[in-house]
Design a binder for this molecule. Structure first.
Ligand code: AMP
Ligand code: MG
Length: 501
């Protein structure tokens, strides 16, 4: 027999996979391989993230088109589609599951955290129902841009590792270029994953899933005496913090179905999401959200609604006495409200430069928001310019001009400065801290749409690249990119965004 030299490590295993989900019972998923595509082309590879994950970046740069399109399943992967259910716009669907996504496997990153590597748009699975299992280029670019921007803004989120185009069309209202997105997540377990088993009366699986989630995301719950209740409270606390962060930056998720809420506490599923320009608490972008269920200011309450659905699946594990268990769940849901409120107000205080707490702060914040709403003022710019006003009164006119009636804000500024006199920080230090709480750059929706349109129509990815670059440093003044900080001109405003399907 001829001696065959061992292949170099980089050729055999660009991903050091260690797949714990695949070791769970077979009813948790369906094993399925990605479907090959015609002519894959790597449009973006996130080298920095790949390094953080401990991947072989050279191998991936060389072979990325094949691997990230699903044409070549890397060694050690155990591809599977996860089973889950979910409430979609309030209506329960007992079986959803990964209809167009395939989990390749998990790696342990450089910080010791377990991360999922998932292909999205990689072909049909047993959960595809009537769908084609594919993704169009536009939603793939939107998820790439927005998830990476969220990360740069400091918000827990799934990440973008790569995007490929497939060389095959997908058929939506129009014929569009097909693409595959490679998503990295702390995990892809959703509220809907628990619902999948609970809806089948399969408490054994609910418990196995809860044990797995405790082990993976909430190990401190294990020794709490009430591990499952402690798990629930921890999930709720993370959601409260997460949704507060969304509100601080004007983010509207758009489709907070229970299948789109990750129990890890990361933002997941960037379908019709968008950042608002002018402040409007009722703002909705999604074309399918006719009743404003997922409007900007409704997000905390919907978070609680979703958590109540999670509680329903876990309640039998909280306590053997049903009444006691339900009371525990209700207390935790109430507590979610106060945790959210605290995170939200703490963040709003930071945004207006307060480092101490006074009773009147909520009113001060609220009255600014009311003025912004009445004056149709740009959410992001108001807070960024307020940062300049914190240092220099001379910057006030630039702030005031954001309001339809510039005089409207002058009394508020007087009240605010009165409040600042009771702060210990000097103006310079205050501005530094405000700058870290108030981004100059968000992925403005009209910019996202422009980037998508150039890529889809002309295969021109320059706007996509430019937007990624600018939003990777959101808290820095980037005078050379000032145009990216501006709200849309009349006529540029994007009124609706569409689901990623
Ligand atoms: P989403 O709106 O992306 O959260 O998806 C909701 C459900 O529909 C999930 O179960 C998806 O896997 C499934 N789905 C969405 N788009 C497609 C598609 N093109 N093909 C198959 N399944 C899909
Ligand atoms: Mg989803």
């Amino acid at each position: 027999m001829n001696y065959v030299p061992p292949q170099s490590a980089s050729e055999t295993a660009p991903f050091p996979f260690d797949n714990s989900y695949a070791r769970l019972p077979a009813n948790f998923y369906a094993r399925v391989e990605p479907t090959s595509v015609a002519e894959p082309w790597l449009i973006k590879f996130n080298r920095k993230l790949a390094e953080e994950l401990g991947l072989d970046t050279e191998a991936l740069e060389r072979d990325g088109a094949a691997i990230f399109s699903g044409n070549k399943v890397p060694p050690g992967a155990e591809p599977l589609a996860m089973a889950y259910a979910g409430h979609q716009f309030g209506t329960f669907v007992p079986q959803l599951g990964d209809g167009r996504a395939i989990l390749l496997g998990e790696v342990i990153d450089r910080n010791g955290n377990r991360r999922d590597i998932q292909l999205k748009g990689s072909g049909q699975t047993p959960y595809s129902r009537r769908g084609d299992g594919r993704a169009a280029l536009g939603p793939v670019l939107r998820e790439y841009i927005v998830s990476e921007a969220m990360h740069a803004l400091g918000v827990p989120t799934t990440r973008a590792l790569a995007a490929t185009v497939t060389g095959q069309p997908v058929y939506r209202e129009q014929i569009l270029p097909g693409a595959v997105f490679t998503r990295v997540a702390a995990s892809h377990i959703r509220v809907g994953t628990f619902q999948f088993f609970a809806a089948r009366g399969d408490m054994e699986s609910v418990k196995a899933l809860a044990d797995y989630v405790i082990e993976r995301h909430y190990p401190e719950s294990k020794d709490s005496g009430q591990p499952y209740f402690s798990l629930f409270k921890a999930v709720a606390a993370r959601q409260a913090g997460l949704i507060a962060r969304w509100l601080h930056i004007g983010f509207i998720h758009g489709v907070m179905n229970t299948d789109n809420m990750a129990v890890s506490g990361e933002t997941i599923d960037f379908g019709p999401c968008a950042f608002m320009d002018a402040y409007d608490p009722k703002k909705v972008f999604s074309s399918i959200d006719q009743f404003g269920r997922y409007a900007y200011a409704n997000q905390p309450a919907i978070g609680q609604w979703n958590l109540a659905r999670l509680a329903e699946t876990l309640v039998p594990l909280f306590d053997p006495v049903a009444d006691t268990a339900v009371n525990l769940a209700n207390d935790a849901l109430t507590e979610y409200g106060s945790i959210f409120q605290k995170h939200w107000l703490d963040g709003m205080r930071r945004k207006i430069g307060l480092s101490t707490e006074e009773d009147g702060d909520l009113d001060l914040v609220q009255s600014l928001l009311t003025l912004m709403h009445e004056g149709n003022a740009d959410f992001t710019l108001v807070f960024r310019r307020l940062t300049a006003s914190a240092e220099d009164k001379g910057a006030d006119p630039a702030l005031a001009e954001l309001f339809e009636k510039p005089d409207a804000v002058s009394r508020w500024l007087r009240d605010w400065r009165g409040r600042l006199t009771r702060e210990a920080l000097d103006a310079g230090a205050r501005a530094v801290s405000m700058r870290k709480a108030n981004p100059a750059f968000i992925p403005r929706n009209h910019r996202v749409e422009q980037a998508i349109e150039a890529a889809t129509r002309d295969a021109d990815f320059s706007l996509f690249e430019a937007l990624l670059e600018v939003t990777s440093r959101p808290y820095e003044d980037q005078p050379e990119h000032a145009a990216y900080a501006a709200p849309p001109e009349p006529g540029q405003e994007v009124l609706q965004t569409f689901c990623g399907t």
